[in-house]
Design a protein around this ligand. Structure first.
Ligand code: NAP
Length: 290
């Protein structure tokens, strides 16, 4: 198997690289804050000083940074991936980013004789830890087929959804759904608590019926323990909802429930909770103490 490069060792990147290495892959790593790579390097990953160095030393280069501007920097920036010869290499962006940036990366890759995939994921920090992520891919079909064995090291469900940008569009469809499950779960708990119900029992019972969903099953128990750690950052969910609403506007459709979720999460960030996990939405009702 060819050498992997991985840029962005955060909540998700750390677990994905761990799973890649468990499956015997050799991985070069880079992260803005170097200390976050220490554990992986102790376990056999190789540190490189810049995204450019990662691209030089690796044949398949993954990126999983925070925001579209971070993606832009690691690909097109001063010491970015495209500063070196990437011909024959495959570039895979796992970040949830914009479809237009995915298209720009794919075009530049093609010009350089490389192939690019946009491949955002779903399944949260637990899915990343367990190697069971869902991967939504757009871009070059041949590159997708080549990467299937690598996707299998950290994902369970993956599909190619079309040309560059279609992976990001699929992820936006996913986030529109999650907007509904997160707000639904939150209001459900606020209501059930006020009605004097045993919340643990409610989550268990609803989990067996047609209201069952991933957000409630995974984040409900964390809320009951007042565990608001990320998980999935509030600031990243706001980024995703804004991308989804921008894309919807460009397609001339309105998504009022998604807009409401964006407004609620923005209120939460304004109260200073942008670095909490998305389950912290309940703090709009229950206050900071949980
Ligand atoms: P995170 O913990 O903030 O990880 C992002 C990492 O990228 C950080 O370690 C950050 O470095 C690094 N980074 C940012 N800009 C960089 C740059 N220019 N050069 C090198 N490294 C850079 O976030 P995460 O939870 O892993 O999420 C990553 C992406 O996946 C986001 O787009 C998010 O929306 C998406 N996502 C997350 C989840 C989830 O449940 N967590 C699920 C699906 C998708 P620092 O350490 O210096 O900050």
């Amino acid at each position: 198997m060819r050498t992997i490069g991985f840029i962005g060792i955060g909540v998700m990147g750390h677990s994905i690289v761990t799973n890649m290495m468990k499956h015997g892959l050799s991985v070069n790593v880079y992260n803005r804050t170097k200390s976050k790579t220490d554990e992986l390097v102790r376990n056999g990953a190789v540190w490189k000083d810049t995204p450019e160095e990662i691209a030089k030393a690796s044949e398949i280069i993954f990126t999983m940074v925070g925001f579209p501007q971070d993606v832009e920097k690691v690909y097109f920036g001063e010491q970015g991936i495209f500063k070196t010869d990437v011909s024959g290499k495959i570039l895979v962006d796992l970040t949830t980013s914009t479809p237009s940036l995915a298209i720009r990366i794919a075009k530049e890759a093609e010009t350089c004789g490389a192939a690019a995939l946009d491949a955002p994921v779903s399944g949260g920090d637990l899915g990343a830890k367990n190697g069971t992520l869902t991967i939504m891919v757009g871009g070059n079909e041949e590159a997708y087929k080549t990467l299937v064995p690598v996707f299998e090291t950290f994902g369970k469900t993956f599909n190619l959804h079309g040309t560059a940008g279609k992976g990001q569009h699929t992820k936006m469809a996913n986030q529109i759904m999650i907007a509904g499950t997160m707000t639904g779960m939150t209001e459900m708990l606020v209501y059930a608590e006020k009605a004097g119900l045993d919340l643990e029992k409610v989550i268990e019972t609803l989990g067996g019926g047609s209201a069952s969903n991933w957000s409630m099953n995974n984040y409900g128990p964390r809320i009951l323990k007042a565990d608001y750690s990320p998980g999935f950052f509030v600031k990243h969910f706001i980024k995703d909802l804004r991308i989804a609403l921008d894309e919807a506007r460009a397609m001339e459709i309105t998504l009022p429930a998604t807009k409401m979720a964006e407004e609620l999460y923005s209120q939460l960030a304004e109260k200073g909770f942008e670095n909490d996990g998305t389950q912290a939405l309940i703090k709009l009702w229950w206050g900071a103490e949980g």
